[in-house]
Design a protein around this ligand. Structure first.
Ligand SMILES: *[C@@H]1O[C@H](CO)[C@@H](O)[C@H](O)[C@H]1NC(C)=O
Ligand SMILES: *[C@@H]1O[C@H](CO)[C@@H](O)[C@H](O)[C@H]1NC(C)=O
Ligand SMILES: *[C@@H]1O[C@H](CO)[C@@H](O)[C@H](O)[C@H]1NC(C)=O
Length: 362
């Protein structure tokens, strides 16, 4: 296996100066699921996990050294999270029971989720906020910040929507949380964690292929922040056909990875040199351009005639796969909830605008 040859080229990319920073909270309550805590909550700043709690550990765990420092310096902030965790937990378990009754469901596995988040544009100061609930893997309710009312994508959520719409005070608290409190937290976290949150790190890029007839995967790992683009080009033009974009996934070390697959089944070997893969990291001018070249593709595939040599090869691909698997439990959960549109809830600490005692779901 040859060492990858990377060519750094300057390609014009509109360099946007303004960056949207985000704070997201993912909350999941479940019933009937074995071997996982029945309540899990995580906070992320710019997709980096900052804090975690679940029904077993209860007190929030700092995931970054600056979160730890914040908890130590500001016990009230820690208390805010502790309350948020405890109260949400009890409320959500009740919500599952209520929904089960309301929807005439049997026992078995049920999952109730919320995602609440805000974005702050560091250039324009513009803020935006989102709250969504999910139930059993489907969108259940979403908050409309413009009208301060709830959107029910499914008929079974309509009763809940009307109850929530009537609770004006509750909706005002969400409005305050999403447009003021949460963006203030984003700024505070960015200031505290700037040495890591505002760094840039370029990835290493490899070409991987399972078998000679599989698509070639351009795989970038180790980049930060998560704002990145990657694509295949032919003769310098971005390709949209025969290309499959993977999601940006977190690595265990706080960096990110992504891959883009190119299906070459209808490309003749002499045309391969016309293709390359471009990685672009937001805010960084130099892109990483990797030419499509059979000699640098990494694979653990062995033709049947070479079989005995098989196990020796493939360490690299194996390692990369391991890396892909070594994502935190948080993200396994997030992927599972993809498409759920987790939604919101109700906790009741008086200091927590997102923790609103909520009669809305019953
Ligand atoms: C956290 O760790 C990073 C790197 O390990 C260091 O640069 C930074 O100063 C630390 N921050 C705090 C608040 O301890
Ligand atoms: C609940 O489900 C049971 C079994 O499917 C059915 O017999 C019953 O009529 C349902 N009740 C309501 C209120 O929908
Ligand atoms: C690649 O493209 C060919 C024909 O265009 C198609 O038959 C094949 O299924 C594709 N392979 C993958 C993995 O998508």
């Amino acid at each position: 296996m040859k060492t990858m040859e990377l060519v750094f080229l300057l390609i014009f990319f509109p360099v946007t100066l303004s960056v949207k920073h985000s704070l997201k909270f993912f909350t999941t309550a479940s019933s009937g699921v074995k071997n996982v805590p029945d309540f899990v909550a995580v906070g992320l700043v710019d997709e980096v996990p900052t804090g975690y709690c679940d029904s077993i550990r209860k007190t929030p765990e700092a995931k970054q050294n600056w979160t730890q420092k914040m908890f130590e310096d500001d016990p009230q902030h820690l208390e805010w999270y502790t309350q948020k965790c405890l109260l949400t937990q009890y409320d959500y378990k009740a919500h599952i029971d209520i929904l089960k009754q309301q929807l005439n469901q049997s026992d078995g596995v049920h999952i109730f989720q919320r995602m609440d988040s805000c974005e702050w544009d560091d250039e324009t100061g513009e803020v935006n906020g989102f709250v969504q609930f999910g139930y059993d893997g489907e969108d259940f309710l979403a908050f409309d910040l413009k009208t301060l009312t709830w959107i029910a994508p499914k008929p079974q959520a309509v009763i809940t929507k009307h109850k929530r719409d009537r609770d004006r005070a509750h909706n005002e608290r969400w409005n305050y949380f999403l447009t003021q409190y949460c963006p203030e937290l984003v700024k505070r976290y960015l200031e505290l964690g700037k040495s890591s949150l505002l760094r840039t790190e370029l990835p290493s890029v490899s070409l991987l292929q399972k078998t000679p007839s599989s698509p070639v995967s351009c795989h970038a790992t180790g980049f930060y922040p998560h704002r990145a683009e990657m694509f295949w080009r032919k003769d310098g033009e971005e390709l949209h056909e025969d290309v499959e974009h993977g999601e940006i996934l977190p690595n265990h070390d706080g960096s990110f990875q992504m891959s883009v697959d190119l299906n070459l089944s209808s490309v003749t070997p002499e045309d391969w040199r016309r293709y390359d893969c471009v990685f672009h990291l937001s805010g960084v001018k130099d892109n990483i351009v990797t030419k499509l070249d059979k000699a640098v593709i990494r694979t653990n595939w062995v033709s049947p005639s070479e079989f005995p040599a098989g196990p020796v090869i493939g360490g690299v691909v194996g390692l990369l796969l391991l890396l892909a698997v070594c994502i935190t439990g948080v993200f396994i959960w997030r992927r599972r909830d993809n498409g759920f549109r987790p939604a919101n809830s109700s906790d009741s600490s008086s200091s927590d605008p997102s923790s609103v005692k909520d009669a809305a779901l019953n």
